[in-house]
Design a protein around this ligand. Structure first.
Ligand SMILES: CC[C@@H](C(=O)O)C(=O)SCCNC(=O)CCNC(=O)[C@H](O)C(C)(C)COP(=O)(O)OP(=O)(O)OC[C@H]1O[C@@H](n2cnc3c(N)ncnc32)[C@H](O)[C@@H]1OP(=O)(O)O
Ligand SMILES: [Co+2]
Length: 134
């Protein structure tokens, strides 16, 4: 079902400071800050030769990454995103196998303008999984 690794996401308290670490210390190609109010986060994408890293900073009162940062104030790996060819077929197959799809189960448009869904970390080895339509 899953295909390419689209991105690994790191939650951070301060996205500008985190961007500087990747741009200046690690010498990576770092995007501008992209607000994603529908998702309650500000995002920066770091483009690597074979995949991307997504930096996430809380945006707004009810950010889904707020609790995570309370538990890990220095930041940390928050989720992993895999591409799937057919996100609705993947969702239905996963639900039939008992996996919990987060939210109301309908895909939202993600930071790349493509439909995305999230799967509960307790069903995937303690890792929050994002699926993105390829
Ligand atoms: C930019 C758009 C998009 C893209 O295109 O790339 C994005 O990536 S948006 C990214 C942010 N959005 C989301 O994360 C949406 C999905 N997330 C959620 O619905 C919630 O965050 C959550 C995963 C259900 C967690 O809910 P929360 O209220 O924050 O915490 P809980 O206390 O209910 O957590 C339950 C349980 O799960 C553990 N947990 C929580 N988050 C993670 C995580 N990221 N990785 C691993 N485990 C996680 C948490 O510790 C709890 O465990 P216990 O303490 O053992 O109960
Ligand atoms: Co993501």
């Amino acid at each position: 079902m899953i295909g390419r690794l689209n991105h690994v996401a790191i939650a951070v308290k301060d996205i500008k400071t985190a961007s500087a670490v990747y741009r200046n210390t690690l010498g990576a190609e770092v995007s501008d800050v992209l607000p994603q109010p529908e998702h309650g986060v500000n995002v920066v994408f770091i483009t690597l030769p074979n995949t991307k890293v997504e930096l996430l900073e809380p945006l707004g009162e009810n950010s889904p990454i707020a609790k995570f940062l309370e538990k890990s104030p220095d930041g940390g790996i928050h989720h992993i995103c895999y591409e799937v060819d057919d996100i609705l077929a993947a969702r239905d197959q996963l639900k039939a196998q008992g996996a919990r799809v987060l939210g109301n189960g309908d895909p939202k448009i993600g930071a790349h303008g493509k439909p995305v869904l999230f799967l509960h970390p307790k069903d995937f080895l303690g890792t929050l999984v994002e699926l993105e339509q390829a």
